[in-house]
Unconditional design. Structure first.
Length: 107
């Protein structure tokens, strides 16, 4: 289970429109992630600005990076994302799990 300080850090990182858009794009992309330049191009954000946002998301544990040749790929850290959701919904509906069910989306 995530600690409250970790959840606050992750939510703070997402509390900015560009970072939220980056994160949602990487979540949609799946575990393989996306090259930094592709993310910048898709969101129409300058590469210099992207570096700042990637760093903030990375420090919050929300994304991971990997080098592949001269490209850096970023991917959502699904373990942290699921831990955050678990933390936020831990006591949902007074512990009545059936009342808290949200229809799942098929990928």
């Amino acid at each position: 289970m995530m600690k409250p300080a970790q959840v606050v850090k992750a939510l703070a990182a997402l509390a900015q429109p560009t970072r939220l858009a980056i994160y949602r794009l990487l979540v949609a992309r799946g575990p393989e992630g996306m090259a930094a330049g592709q993310v910048a191009e898709k969101l129409k954000v300058s590469p210099a600005t992207m570096s700042f946002h990637f760093k903030t998301l990375s420090h919050a544990g929300l994304i991971d990076s990997r080098q592949d040749g001269r490209f850096v790929y970023y991917a959502a850290n699904f373990t942290v994302m699921n831990g955050m959701v678990d933390y936020l919904t831990e006591n949902c509906c007074g512990g009545d799990a059936d009342a808290c069910k949200v229809p799942s989306k098929k990928c």
